[in-house]
Design a binder for this molecule. Structure first.
Ligand SMILES: C[S@@+](CC[C@H](N)C(=O)[O-])C[C@H]1O[C@@H](n2cnc3c(N)ncnc32)[C@H](O)[C@@H]1O
Length: 418
């Protein structure tokens, strides 16, 4: 018998679960028919999440109201503005819902090569409860509007996007090459601002994004919003803690801070939808790949490095800025391998990349609420590596070319898993 107390049944069960490691495998491919059905269901699930927002957030406010009303009368009297503030919050929620409604209203036909038919599960316009997970994604997407398309996000973009843009300009000087012939890929493009900025400088730029929350929203801002600061969101209303004043919670943020349609007329800018690793299989295609707050979204970051290595042209560069907040680290049943920067750096070099620039400490924020009493600061790594003209690494023997489809602005393309 082992030393110490015997384990109780629950502990044993926990241990059994512990040994059931999530298996590292590529995504299971179903038959084309099943894939279609799953995609359609996912599409409608996300549309439903957009529609459910108001109900979800109003319920949060209702809970606050119930709790306030349960306080003794003399305590309630100390806060005469508390309930009026909740009414203001409700108006902000209604307003956000109108924007979300506008976002989803025309996304049924947003993909060039795909129609999603009718919502089979929902009967007509009936809204079904959405998961907390999806509601959190939606709230993050609302905050991404601040980072990408508002004056408020300018400082954040200066910290995160500008170093990348500067490296694109330095490596492909516009007075020495034709920028329209330089192909830049931005995987994990979010709401598309970095890709848009690169295209705005005349480079041929493609953003790629996996999340339908982001894709619906970037489609809206890139294709449907042309009036500078013409629209308003209330991104901070979901934050009930760490507010210095009630007014901070209901601060409006206007967007877009630039007209997304103001790109030079002949510029080649596009967005693709789907998993970066599934879509980009064609070897030696890109002159530059720019990743910002992206590589830690991988189940296995080595797969990302390999894909980037494969699809970069010999002589092409990979620019990266971001932290290593591994997205799958704490998700049950998800494979996740969390490597330190030192380990990633070593792998990059083993692949054969040449390190051309490295800054190990670039402070930056991510969708920061600048009035909040809690603020996160990331200490990012920033590097530029080059795939040499001649490669010697054994992994890089040419494989069969895959296909990659491209869509020109303004329409998006759906490709692979979403
Ligand atoms: C942390 S966000 C960064 C967004 C943007 N680059 C920025 O700096 O604001 C990471 C983005 O990568 C997207 N993403 C995650 N895995 C992806 C994949 N396999 N292919 C394409 N996009 C992916 C997510 O949906 C998310 O929008």
């Amino acid at each position: 018998m082992a030393d110490g107390p015997e384990k109780c049944r629950e502990e044993e069960e926990e241990e059994e679960k512990e040994t059931e490691y999530p298996v590292y495998r590529k995504r299971i491919k179903h038959s084309a028919e099943v894939e279609e059905r799953l995609e359609r269901e996912h599409f409608w699930k996300i549309i439903n999440a957009f529609r459910y927002y108001r109900i979800h957030v109003q319920e949060r406010v209702n809970r606050t109201e119930r709790q306030f009303r349960s306080l003794p009368d003399d305590q309630q009297k100390l806060l005469p503005n508390f309930l009026p503030h909740l009414d203001k919050l409700r108006k902000c929620i209604d307003h956000n819902q109108q924007i979300l409604q506008a976002i989803v209203s025309d996304c049924i036909h947003m993909f060039e090569n795909k129609e999603y038919g009718e919502d089979k599960k929902g009967s007509g316009e009936r809204i079904r409860p959405a998961s907390t997970f999806d509601m959190d994604k939606l709230k993050s997407t609302i905050k991404q509007f601040v980072r990408d398309w508002s004056e408020t996000g300018k400082m954040e973009r200066e910290a995160c996007y500008q170093p990348i843009i500067n490296e694109v300009l330095r490596n492909f000087p516009r007075d020495q090459c034709d920028p329209s012939k330089v192909n830049v890929l931005v995987p994990g493009a979010g709401l598309g601002r970095l890709a848009w900025e690169i295209a705005n400088l005349g480079y041929a730029c493609q953003g790629n994004e996996w999340s339908l929350f982001m894709l619906f929203s970037s489609n809206f801002v890139l294709n449907r919003c042309s009036q500078v600061n013409g629209l308003t969101l209330y991104p901070w209303i979901h934050q009930f803690s760490n507010n210095k004043s009630p007014a901070d919670q209901i601060r409006p943020v206007r967007f877009p801070d630039v007209n997304p349609h103001s790109l030079p007329p002949s510029v080649n800018f596009s967005m693709t939808a789907g998993d970066f690793q599934e879509i980009y299989t064609e070897f030696d295609t890109w002159d530059c790949i720019a990743t910002c707050f992206f590589i830690d979204t991988a189940h296995n970051v080595i797969d990302y490095i390999e894909t980037i290595w494969n699809i970069l042209k010999p002589g092409g560069i990979w620019i990266n800025l971001g932290p290593l907040l591994y997205h799958f680290e704490n998700m049950a049943n998800e494979f996740s391998i969390e490597l330190s920067y030192e380990e990633i750096r070593s792998i990059i070099l083993q692949y054969g990349f040449h390190l051309e620039l490295e800054r190990a400490s670039v402070p930056s924020t991510y969708t920061e609420n600048e009035h909040s009493m809690l603020r996160y600061l990331y200490d990012c790594v920033f590097f530029v590596v080059r795939k040499p003209q001649q490669q010697s690494f054994p992994n890089c023997a040419a494989k069969e070319n895959g296909t990659e489809k491209r869509a020109a602005l303004p329409e998006m393309e759906r490709n692979g898993k979403t």
